[in-house]
Design a protein around this ligand. Structure first.
Ligand code: ATP
Ligand code: MG
Length: 565
């Protein structure tokens, strides 16, 4: 797969703006020509497709310029973090096909960061503020009016040093005081107005246990971690653009020589229609039971997409198509589905499955007779060959492939009309049987025995082709059909509705009486199939040999292609 990515990158006509910036740095001999990036997830949830966009860029830049990309867990808030997430993140990155150099943790630097904070206090760049976070926020001012100095701003360094030590020893309660950088309460950049850089958290950390009672804030951990590791290009999303001056400010205080400094570059985050991406919201969906878990196939998580049957290549192709810019926007989820369809069209094995069965009897076909019909595995890949599917007198077809009183343009089964049975004969519908409520329970037809592929009548023009399985030679299956989880095009922007009110009540439909060809009996979790005329499907992990379960990955109809012809 990396080869495929390499080729895609080679063939790309123009560089994206991050690649351009990297090439400029290289041409100027910055950092001795060394390229090092990192992907820095906070282990407070599972990765979603937005993260995949960051991953493709962080790892892609390193691969392209013979550099290294490290995985760094930004584990500075023990309250929300867990090893469960660490393991899942590693697994998802590998599944996407990327390889990190090293794994680091921000918590590896807690000693160094603490020492740096002590140095800042000593040098007059930081102080302990005993005001509450709310009071501090209320003194921040606005972008056009300066903030108000804290009454603790000019306390002696010795006092702050003593309090900082005691904070970390656990003497004070959470919220009692914070360490703030002493920068500029009138700066036009709000992040410079004495930002909080350490707070008290009394919660065991998944790696450092109870060693620490103070934890650094993002702005005091991220850039420094980049510096400690030797990151050259710290690529992140646009909301961090306003943090960049502070990132540079701390690096300037920290750096020991002018030979090396990390550089932050921002790109637009991925937003998708009908999708919520924030980990906080995704956690809420899981915790409140609106989905079955982080890997529910309706979730925009990497593990959700995997379970739904998306391939790593389809996700990477999608990311490649949307590219990287400096403007936030929202991408049509149909484009992602298009990429999935494109990849599965090339790779999925074609099979027959009837998901809403009704019985069809071929009245002039001999009872007890069977024939093995040839079913091509993938017309896109002739070398994948074929398998056989058993034909018999009694078949199942889809309920909606029969209509007693059909409109003119209905080319499927209706009395008097001919259709082709996929890979088999042309048949003519002769009628149906109904129960006492008028519901159709059986459909009848006669076949023309000269219409198999290669026979004299095989090329006779019929307008419709329908799929089928033999009643006796098919096996039962459960099929799960998924639709978008949210009804609103941009659910994150809807302010007056609860999460529950935003959900699509029909996002999951479970069909338990489906019939599939026996070829699927040994299908394994993660295998990809096209159920002919219906869509792409994969085997769910819930599937068992005596109770097959298939997830619909994506339907066949391409809304994106249609809209963009
Ligand atoms: P969320 O806001 O969804 O909770 P986050 O930004 O808090 O995500 P992190 O674990 O901190 O999640 O993110 C790791 C990296 O992934 C960061 O560099 C971040 O910029 C990037 N990232 C997160 N969400 C997106 C997105 N939607 N599009 C592109 N990159 C993203
Ligand atoms: Mg974050």
């Amino acid at each position: 797969m990396n080869e495929e990515l390499d080729n895609a990158i080679e063939n790309k006509k123009s560089l994206n703006f991050v690649e351009q910036a990297v090439e400029k740095d290289l041409s100027e001999g910055k950092n001795n020509g060394r390229i090092q990036t990192r992907f820095p997830p906070e282990p407070n949830g599972y990765l979603h497709i937005g993260h995949a966009k960051a991953i493709c860029l962080d790892f892609g830049i390193a691969e392209r310029y013979n550099g290294v990309c490290n995985l760094r867990f930004d584990d500075t808030n023990p309250v929300k973090e867990d090893v469960e997430y660490v393991d899942a993140i590693r697994n998802d990155i590998e599944w996407l096909g990327f390889h990190w150099g090293n794994i680091y943790y921000a918590s590896d630097y807690f000693d160094k960061l603490y020492a740096f904070a002590v140095r800042l206090i000593r040098e007059g760049h930081a102080y302990i503020d005993e005001q509450s976070a709310e009071t501090i926020a209320s003194q921040k001012g606005t972008p056009t009016t300066p903030g108000t100095d804290s009454p603790f701003r000019s306390r002696p360094a010795e006092e702050s040093l003593d309090l900082f030590r005691r904070m970390n020893e656990g003497e004070f309660e959470e919220g009692a005081m914070t360490l703030r950088a002493k920068i500029d309460m009138a700066s036009s950049n709000m992040h410079f107005r004495d930002p909080i850089i350490y707070r008290i958290i009394k919660h065991p950390h998944h790696r450092t246990g109870n060693k620490w009672n103070v934890y650094p804030m993002y702005d005091f951990a991220h850039g420094q971690s980049d510096y400690f590791e030797g990151v050259t290009h710290s690529i992140c999303t646009l909301e961090f653009e306003v943090h960049r001056p502070l990132y540079d400010y701390f690096i300037d205080l920290l750096k020991e020589s002018d030979d090396y400094r990390p550089r932050q570059i921002e790109f637009n985050r991925l937003n998708l229609t009908y999708t919520m991406m924030s980990k906080r919201k995704l956690l809420q969906l899981v915790k409140e039971g609106f989905v079955s878990g982080w890997d529910d196939p309706r979730m925009p998580t990497i593990c959700g997409y995997r379970r739904r049957g998306y391939t790593p290549q389809s996700i990477r192709n999608f990311i490649d198509k949307i590219g990287y810019t400096k403007y936030d926007g929202i991408i049509d989820v149909a484009l992602l589905e298009h990429a999935v369809r494109e990849d599965l069209n090339a790779h999925a094995t074609r099979v027959s499955a009837v998901i809403n069965p009704i019985k069809l009897i071929i009245t002039n076909y001999p009872e007890g007779k069977t024939e093995e019909m040839t079913a091509v595995n993938n017309p896109e890949q002739p070398e994948e060959g074929s398998h056989t599917i058993t034909f018999s007198r009694e078949l199942y077809i889809e309920q909606d492939d029969f209509m007693e009183d059909a409109p003119k343009k209905y080319f499927r089964m209706t009395p008097g009309q001919e259709v082709r049975l996929k890979s088999a004969y042309i048949i003519k519908c002769t009628g149906c049987k109904k129960d006492e409520n008028g519901k159709v329970v059986e459909v009848y037809a006669e076949y023309d025995d000269q219409t198999l592929s290669g026979m004299p009548e095989s090329n006779r023009k019929v307008k419709g082709t329908i799929h089928w399985v033999s009643t006796q030679h098919s096996i039962p299956a459960e099929v799960r059909l998924y639709d978008r989880l949210f009804m609103d095009e941009n659910p994150s922007e809807v302010k007056d509705k609860s999460l529950e009110e935003l959900l699509n009540p029909d996002s999951l439909q479970v069909l338990t009486h489906c019939r599939v060809e026996p070829f699927l009996a040994n299908a394994q979790t993660g295998d990809h199939f096209q159920f002919q005329r219906i869509g792409y499907f994969t085997v769910d992990p819930d599937s068992k040999p005596d109770n097959l379960v298939f997830n619909r990955t994506v339907s066949l109809k391409d809304a994106w292609k249609k809209a963009n012809k």
